[in-house]
Design a protein around this ligand. Sequence first.
Ligand code: IMP
Length: 181
Amino acid sequence: MRQVAFASTNQNKYREVQSILTLHGIEIEFVRVELVEIQSDSLEAIAKEKARSAFAQVSKPVIVEDDGLFVSALGGFPGQYSSYVFKTIGNAGILRLLSNKQDRSASFMSLIAFYDGNDVVIFEGRVAGRISEQEASGGWGYDPIFVPDDADLTYAELQNKDDYSHRRRALDRFAEWYLRL
Ligand code: IMP
């Protein structure tokens, strides 16, 4: 079975990455490390730097993930600031910001960055959707307020979030490439 390390401190991401990559016959080793997260307007630049920081600590081929939630009526906010915004205003804050907006469309993006000491390779997964009217229960992060297109339920309520997720799309691309290496 092919293997790759996954560096993160997020146990929820780990569970999802593991179940998705298992479908492709790739085994992951979870490496719980704090990664350098640079300030940048570019999610790609952040992901690349995270991958280099991870490799410096684990010294083996590694993937990292960086995500962003982009809300149309808020000009793409929180985007690359999604983690900070979640910790500060949270889901309730996003719902408040949208309370008088008609357009609730949004997208979720995942960037998987692979690094083995040569070049950093990036795989993108994006899912269009919308922000729900109310916060559902369950899930983690923005799961309770994000409804992917083609589903009437939030990520938090879906039994099969992995079939719809931005993470699934990015990891499917990564797996297809990695298995051909
Ligand atoms: P990060 O900086 O890549 O960890 O992610 C940015 C923010 O998006 C963090 O607050 C995460 O909790 C959140 N996030 C990333 N992926 C998901 C997801 O699949 N569901 C809900 N929230 C997520």
